[in-house]
Design a protein around this ligand. Structure first.
Ligand code: BG6
Length: 493
C-alpha cells in the first residue's frame, strides 16, 4: 500500500546536530532516491549559527557520502541538494521567527504544508512551538502543520504532562508526532502483521497456551561518551520506558478494529493501560537492576560503568529487568519478563514466548516449546518443537523451524527514513499517542523513584557476561529461566 503525500516543506530544527547528520539528511536523500519525496518538496535546516548556502550544501553532500560510501547517485544527490536551504535562528535575534515566516510565506518556493522536526534539547521543544505559534506558523487552515518531537517525551509523568500542556496550548493531538524510533523498524511493524495476518499463531496467543514471555533488548556496547546523559537517565528510562514497552504492546495488544493509525494506537493504549502497576512494597520480586563492571567484550578489555563515569557513588542501572502482568482475560496470570542491558554477552533484541507443558510427558518430561521472534540483528521467526529421535527407542529432541523475515535481496530501510515518510503522509500510527507516553511513564516512575532512593551499592556484572545470576529473583517459578540467546539451546547455560 503506497500512500499519497501532499507537497510540503520540512523545517528541521537542530540541523547541525548529530541526529540530522547521521540519520535525517541521509534518510531524506534515500527517500528522494526511491522517488518518495513529493515533487517540489523543500527542506529548511535551522541551526543557531550562520552558515552560508554553498557551505551548507557541501555539508549535506558530505553527510550523504559518509553514509552511503561509494553508492551515491550523483544526479539524485544534485536534485536533493536543490531542495535544501539553511536558516540561522541566532539566539539573540528576537525577530528570528518573523524572518522565518517571511521566508516560508513565499509560496512559489515553499509548499505551504509545513512539518517541523524538533531535533533539539528537550527543554527547547515547548519554546520553539510557542515561537512558531506566535507568528502563525502552527495554525492549520488550508494547509497542515505537524510537529515531530524527539525522544524523550518528558523524564517522568509530571514532566511529560507539563510538556504536553505546553504543546497543546498551540497544537492539537493530531499535529504532534512523538518519536520512538523503534516503531520505524520494519521488524517491529511486522509483529502486528505476523500475529493478525496468519491464522496459526493467534489461537495460541493467550494464557491457555503461554507459560510466560520474555522481551529482551541487549547491547554489547557500553555507555560510551554519553556518561552524563546516561547517569541522569538509566536503562529503565532509556530503553524500557518506550522501546521495550512498545515491543510489549505490539506483542500483547488485541486485534485493532481497523488498520488506521487511530485503530492501532487505541489497541496499544488499551493494553498499556492494563499493565498492572509494579508493587513498590515488594519491588525486589518484580524488578532487578545491575551495573556492568570491567570485563571483556569481543576479546577486548573494557572498563566498568562507574570507572567510565568517574563516580563510584552512582546507583544508576545499566541492566534492568522487570516482571509485569497484564490484567485482561487474554493474559491473566502470564508473567512478562522484560529486560535491557548494556555490555551483555550479545547484542540482540527478541521476543521469546515459552509455551506450557505438553499434555504428554515422556522420559521424565521434555523441553517446553518456544516461539522466538528475532527483531535485530536477525529478523526471523523460530519455533522449537519436540520430535522423535529416529531409532529403536522412544526419545525426543528439540528441533527448530527457522525462517528469516528478511531476505538478502530485501531493501534495508532505516527507522528514521520510514518515520520521515510517515510524517509527510500524515500517518502517525508509528508515532506515540500521548496516552501511550503517559501509560509508560506511569508504569516505570515508581521503580525509577525507588531505585534512586535506594543508595546501596548496585549489583555488578562483568562486561561481556550473561545476565547476573541474582536477576533470577524475579521469576515466578523455579522452572522459569532466562533465554540467553536466539539460537537453539539458547535457554541453557
Ligand atoms: C536509544 C538509546 O534510544 O536507543 C540508546 O538512547 C540505545 O542508549 C539505542 O543504544 C538503541 O537503538 P538501536 O536502534 O541501535 O537498537
Amino acid at each position: 500500500m503506497t500512500k499519497k503525500i501532499d507537497p510540503c516543506t520540512l523545517v528541521l530544527f537542530g540541523a547541525t546536530g548529530n541526529l540530522a547528520r547521521v540519520k535525517l539528511y541521509p534518510g531524506l536523500y534515500r527517500l528522494d532516491l526511491l522517488g518518495r519525496l513529493p515533487e517540489n518538496m523543500k527542506i529548511m535546516g535551522v541551526g543557531r549559527r550562520p552558515i552560508d548556502h554553498e557551505k551548507w550544501c557541501e555539508g549535506i553532500k558530505d553527510m550523504v557520502h559518509k553514509k552511503f560510501k561509494g553508492k551515491v547517485d550523483e544526479a539524485v544527490l544534485a536534485r536533493f541538494i536543490a531542495r535544501n536551504v539553511y536558516k540561522a535562528n541566532e539566539p539573540d535575534d528576537a525577530q528570528a521567527f518573523d524572518k522565518m515566516k517571511d521566508i516560508l510565506s513565499d509560496e512559489s518556493v515553499y509548499p505551504q504544508n509545513f512539518a517541523y522536526f524538533l531535533s533539539v534539547r528537550p527543554v527547547d521543544f515547548g519554546p520553539i512551538v510557542e515561537e512558531l505559534a506566535k507568528v502563525g506558523l502552527t495554525q492549520e487552515d488550508k494547509y497542515w502543520r505537524r510537529v515531530v518531537v524527539e525522544k524523550p517525551f518528558g523524564t517522568d509523568l509530571p514532566s511529560a504532562k507539563a510538556l504536553q500542556a505546553s504543546l497543546t496550548k498551540n497544537l492539537d493531538e493530531h499535529q504532534i508526532y512523538r518519536i520512538d524510533h523503534y516503531l520505524g523498524k520494519s521488524a517491529l511493524q511486522n509483529i502486528l502483521l505476523q500475529r493478525f495476518t496468519n491464522t496459526i499463531l493467534e489461537p495460541l496467543w493467550n494464557n491457555e497456551y503461554i507459560d510466560h514471555v520474555q522481551i529482551t533488548n541487549t547491547e554489547k556496547l557500553g555507555v560510551g561518551d554519553r556518561t552524563e546523559f546516561y547517569d541522569s537517565t538509566g536503562a529503565l528510562r532509556d530503553m524500557i520506558q518506550s522501546h521495550v514497552l512498545q515491543t510489549l504492546a505490539l506483542t500483547t495488544m488485541e486485534m485493532p478494529k481497523d488498520l488506521t493509525p487511530d485503530g492501532i494506537r487505541e489497541a496499544k493504549i488499551d493494553v498499556l493501560e492494563q499493565i498492572r502497576p509494579i508493587p513498590v512494597d515488594e519491588l525486589e520480586k518484580h524488578a532487578f537492576r545491575a551495573q556492568y563492571a570491567a570485563g571483556e567484550v569481543a576479546g577486548e578489555k573494557v572498563p566498568g560503568y562507574l570507572e567510565e563515569l568517574g563516580d563510584d557513588s552512582s546507583v544508576v542501572e545499566t541492566y534492568a529487568a522487570l516482571k509485569l502482568f497484564i490484567d485482561n482475560p487474554r493474559w491473566k496470570g502470564v508473567p512478562f519478563y522484560i529486560r535491557t542491558a548494556k555490555r551483555l554477552h550479545e547484542a540482540d533484541t527478541r521476543i521469546a514466548i515459552r509455551f506450557k507443558k505438553a499434555p504428554m510427558q515422556i522420559n521424565g518430561g521434555q523441553d517446553q516449546n518456544w516461539l522466538v521472534i528475532g527483531i535485530q540483528p536477525r529478523e526471523c521467526i523460530k519455533m522449537e518443537i519436540q520430535s522423535k529421535i529416529p531409532g529403536l527407542d522412544i526419545n525426543t529432541r528439540t528441533i527448530e523451524l527457522d525462517a528469516d523475515n528478511r531476505k538478502s535481496e530485501d531493501d534495508t530501510v532505516d527507522a528514521y527514513e520510514a518515520l520521515l515518510l510517515n510524517l509527510m503522509q500524515g500517518d502517525n500510527a508509528n508515532y506515540l499517542h500521548i496516552s501511550e507516553a503517559e501509560a509508560q511513564w506511569r508504569l516505570v516512575d515508581p521503580v525509577v523513584k525507588a531505585w534512586a532512593e535506594d543508595r546501596k551499592p548496585v549489583h555488578q556484572y562483568p562486561a561481556g557476561s550473561q545476565d547476573p545470576e541474582a536477576s533470577k529473583v524475579i521469576f515466578e517459578s523455579e522452572d522459569q529461566f532466562w533465554r540467553y540467546s536466539i539460537a537453539l539451546g539458547g535457554d541453557k547455560h
